[in-house]
Design a protein around this ligand. Structure first.
Ligand code: SF4
Ligand code: SF4
Length: 196
């Protein structure tokens, strides 16, 4: 298995209709479109779990330091914050933030670092807390592969990530860049109530 490394963006996506309007409208339209763009990734991830091998029983080393240096776009971070505001996960946010800050300190995470880290969205049972439409694109395309082990489906990732990047730029501009998940969460979670 190779590590769940941050994967480079896939260039320009296809034309993506996003409503013109104020920031709120653009953000809401982009979040809705992001869920559509990720739907085939989620479907492929769940199909691999059914047909190849389930992650059940694995220690989820792909989400831990040594393997995991996943980054998320700013819009993906916002989708994570939305998911974490739902009633089943909201009570866990203080603990998730504490773990995110601890990882940043421990691994020296910054925008330019490619250090690996323990993902603060991994449950104590080794389960991704956000598996579903809000799960980052890079995570949805990392999974068991037919010849054994686990790896990135880079073809699928690159086919879709250009669209994710382009949506991000539509809302946040060209200076937006993907960040390691702990940094992205620390940036977006405290602000999330203010921008909803
Ligand atoms: S993708 Fe592979 S390494 Fe990661 S949790 Fe699933 S089975 Fe384990
Ligand atoms: S978001 Fe989920 S799948 Fe991705 S690194 Fe974190 S725990 Fe693993």
């Amino acid at each position: 298995m190779t590590g769940k490394r941050a994967v480079a963006g896939g260039g320009l996506g296809e034309g993506i209709p996003v409503a013109r309007g104020d920031l709120h409208d653009r953000r809401e339209a982009a979040l809705a479109r992001l869920a559509e763009v990720k739907a085939p990734l989620l479907e492929a991830s769940d199909r691999a779990a059914r047909e190849l091998r389930s992650c059940a029983g694995c220690d989820a080393h792909c989400c831990r330091a040594g393997c995991n240096s996943m980054r998320v776009s700013r819009l993906e971070a916002l989708a994570l914050a939305r998911r974490l505001s739902e009633p089943d996960l909201a009570p866990r946010v203080p603990e998730i933030l504490r773990r995110a800050r601890e990882e940043i300190r421990l691994r020296g995470l910054c925008a330019d670092s490619d250090a690996t880290y323990d993902c603060p969205l991994l449950s104590g049972e080794g389960r991704c807390l956000v598996h579903g439409p809000a799960q980052p694109s890079g995570c949805l395309t990392f999974r068991p592969v037919p010849d054994g082990g686990c790896d990135h489906d880079l073809r699928l990732f690159h086919r879709h990530y250009g669209k994710v990047e382009r949506l991000d730029r539509r809302v946040f501009g060209r200076r937006s860049r993907p960040l390691p998940i702990p940094l992205a969460l620390v940036n977006v979670l405290p602000l999330h109530r203010a921008v909803r």
